[in-house]
Design a protein around this ligand. Structure first.
Ligand SMILES: [Zn+2]
Ligand SMILES: [Zn+2]
Length: 193
């Protein structure tokens, strides 16, 4: 098991992801329009893979340790029902996507945060490829493996009591930074392809 350091672009927010291996996370590319809209809103469209795939690593939130710049954590939602999309406000670097509750121990971390990506293994899952842009893959891949891993990790986290630990939610399960929902104009601009 390896530890992998991560950092926002400007270096104010830093952290370490613990217990990294191809089995303890899921290295994926998500081609959905929402992930792309978030990247666009953050000015990070150039970080996407060909065809508009968002590079993510799904991990247990308890394995994410923020060591510097915790106060830079901010959150937005593309719509009132959208995922919580966390970012570093110092330089608008995406950090991770989560659902709106710490009960679901899952974070999709933004892979460009990591200088070193070998410990994640090769990309195992391609999701939402129907929404890929020209030049992207046409078929989803590895979704069963992704869900299997997710269930296994969730169960293990509940059994060992770490399920609700997260740098994004406090001990009461409230977001550490209140999510702002994009307004109509921001949303329209984020989704222009
Ligand atoms: Zn920064
Ligand atoms: Zn997505």
């Amino acid at each position: 098991m390896t530890e992998v350091a991560f950092s926002c672009s400007c270096g104010t927010l830093k952290g370490v992801l613990h217990e990294v291996s191809p089995a303890t996370g899921c290295h994926l590319l998500c081609y959905c329009k929402d992930c792309r809209a978030f990247a666009r809103h953050m000015g990070r469209i150039d970080d996407l893979e060909p065809g508009g795939g968002c590079p993510l690593v799904q991990v247990l939130p308890a394995r994410i340790e923020i060591t510097d710049g915790e106060d830079q954590i901010a959150c937005l939602r593309l719509s009132p029902k959208g995922l919580h999309r966390w970012y570093a406000r110092c330089c608008n670097t995406p950090l991770a996507n989560t659902v709106g509750s710490s009960r679901m121990p899952l974070a999709g971390m933004w892979r460009p945060l990591f200088a070193q990506t070998d410990p994640f293994g090769p990309v195992a899952t391609l999701g939402f490829t129907k929404a890929a842009l020209p030049g992207g893959p046409r078929r989803d891949k590895g979704l069963g493996r992704m869900l299997g891993g997710l269930l296994k990790r969730t169960l293990a986290a509940y059994l060992n009591g770490t399920a609700r630990q997260s740098p994004f939610f406090d001990a009461f399960g409230a977001p550490v930074s209140p999510p702002l929902v994009l307004d109509q104009t921001q949303r329209a601009a984020a989704y222009v392809e």
